[in-house]
Design a protein around this ligand. Sequence first.
Ligand code: FES
Length: 158
Amino acid sequence: MAKGDGCSKLNRELSVGEVAERSGLAVSTLHFYESKGLIKSWRTGGNQRRYARDVLRRVSIIKVAQRTGIPLAEIKAALDTLPDGRTPNKKDWTRLSARWHEELDARIEQLTRLRDSLDGCIGCGCLSMKSCPLRNPGDRAAELGSGAWYLEEVRRKS
Ligand code: FES
């Protein structure tokens, strides 16, 4: 059978519609991923997009990473570390997912602290720079004493 005669399942390339159907993503999402350099295609003589079959694995990895809250720019940076822009294999996935696991842990810890701070703010509404942990997280200037310490420091240096 020749290319383009309906035997694309046998070929190693997929149309954008096939990728969308198999990945569960909208065609517009695939176009968006492509515009961000996360996936790549080539054009047929009829100017239609074609993807290598391994784009399905790449798209799965992008979706999983997005579900954990990893920004697209970071996903792209991680995928860009792979030689020749190849799709992550099992070993690559282990490395990438371990890194994202650490980032997710850090984010969970940060959100937990934020949630706990919010507990003290419920029903308050003061949003005080002096006493509200959400307005002034960590109260970085507290140990310097009262007053505009940072402003004084700028004045002293100028
Ligand atoms: S709003 Fe009052 S302590 Fe945060």
